[in-house]
Design a protein around this ligand. Structure first.
Ligand SMILES: *Cc1c(COP(=O)(O)O)cnc(C)c1O
Length: 377
């Protein structure tokens, strides 16, 4: 029996019906494109990671994986100087971010707006622009959103500035801070993050998805403040997007709360094996970080010479205001030269292009394509 899809609307929660889902960057079907749009690492996983993953593909696939990613958590605890109880692993850091919203934020904010205290308890707070998943997580949960603008140069407002401005809620149930920032690439000093954490009453998540390309990281704040969690991922810096492994580091009580609400086998077995092998091959990745940072600086210099306004970056991508044509137009023109970059329609970044740093050869092809477009070719 066939029914028209509109007739099923009554079966779906209004919240879900109205939801604007997260928009992922394009994974193109056409071959031969230089893909600089989703901040993937151009280098493959270390040979030992590929070997370990391949070696695990056998009859064991019929078994459930370790439910708590026990071995991986032990290795991560050693790496970060904490205990396994301070770590929860997820199906990508996207999953642990979603767990934080579900674990710390009251839903159904619209029933509670009369009492400001309860409103804060139902609020997911973040700066704009930052990771575009955060509002989707809040909406999915039925929580309120408080999106507070960064400064014009995408730097972090100081605590004094936030207090003076008044929009930032120091008692919001959950504050999500992308550091270094995406999509601007701007890095934040641990000292300024510490001041923000100190002033915040609710849970603070420092989302360090790109931190391996930055000058400093704020992991120590997760070990110092009981209400601060640091999110890390194997996706970007460790060339493992496909496997979906990310984690939180933080106080054992918060971690235990999230552990209660996660799916029983949330981290797939091959992902655990790949992540474990990754931690045994860190020098390989650190060499890649150095290459990507050198290419980032080279690309920034070359595009600046061509009249682009390139923002300083501490990530594996750059945000820039292009010369001559609008950013949206550049997106199309570069695509016709087989180079895929990212453009966001959100007003605070619509004048910019975001370009992932690939290999040096890909960067050279990009700069070449930009030269050709500027020369009218
Ligand atoms: C990519 C990204 C993530 C998600 O990473 P996964 O571990 O692949 O889910 C989280 N936060 C930010 C800011 C990101 O850019």
């Amino acid at each position: 029996m066939r029914m028209s899809s509109t007739s099923l609307k009554h079966l779906i929660r209004p919240l879900v019906h109205q939801l604007h889902a997260y928009v992922p960057g394009e994974q193109p079907k056409v071959k031969g494109l230089i893909k600089l749009n989703t901040n993937e690492n151009p280098f493959p996983p270390a040979p030992k990671v590929l070997a370990a993953t391949k070696a695990a593909v056998d009859g064991r696939l019929r078994l459930y994986p370790n439910p708590t990613a026990e071995k991986l958590r032990a290795q991560l605890a050693k790496l970060h100087g904490c205990k396994p109880e301070n770590i929860i692993v997820g199906n990508g850091s996207d999953e642990v971010l979603a767990l934080a919203v579900r674990g710390f934020v009251e839903p159904n904010s619209k029933f509670k707006t009369e009492n400001s205290k309860l409103t804060a308890a139902a609020t997911v707070q973040y700066f704009t622009p930052s990771y575009s998943l955060y509002p989707v997580l809040a909406d999915t949960h039925g929580a309120a959103k408080n999106a507070v603008p960064l400064k014009a140069d995408f730097s972090l407002p100081s605590v004094a500035e936030l207090k003076k401005d008044g929009q930032w809620l120091f008692d919001a149930a959950l504050a999500l801070v992308t550091t270094p920032n995406a999509p601007s690439g701007r890095g934040y000093k641990t000292a300024e993050l510490e001041k923000l954490c100190r002033a915040q009453k609710g849970v603070v998540v420092l989302d360090e998805a790109y931190v391996d390309f930055a000058n400093e990281n704020a992991l120590k704040l997760a070990l110092k403040f009981p209400h601060v969690l640091v999110a890390r991922t194997f996706s970007k810096a460790y060339s493992l997007c496909f496997q979906r492994v990310g984690y939180f580091v933080g106080h054992a009580d918060l971690i235990a709360a999230l552990d209660k609400i996660r799916d029983s086998y949330n981290v797939n077995g091959l992902g655990q094996i790949a992540a474990e092998a990754t931690l045994a091959a860190l020098p390989y990745y650190r060499a890649n970080f150095r290459k990507l940072i050198a290419t980032r600086e080279w690309t920034s210099r070359e595009l600046t010479k061509l009249g682009f306004q390139v923002l300083p970056s501490q990530t594996n991508f750059i945000l820039l205001k292009p010369a001559r044509f609008s950013a949206k137009e550049w997106l199309a023109r570069l695509r016709s030269k087989k180079i895929l970059v990212r453009w966001f329609s959100a007003p605070e970044v619509s004048a910019y292009l975001r370009i992932t740093i690939g290999t040096q050869a890909e960067a050279a092809a990009l700069v070449n394509a930009v030269r050709q477009i500027l020369a009218g070719k």
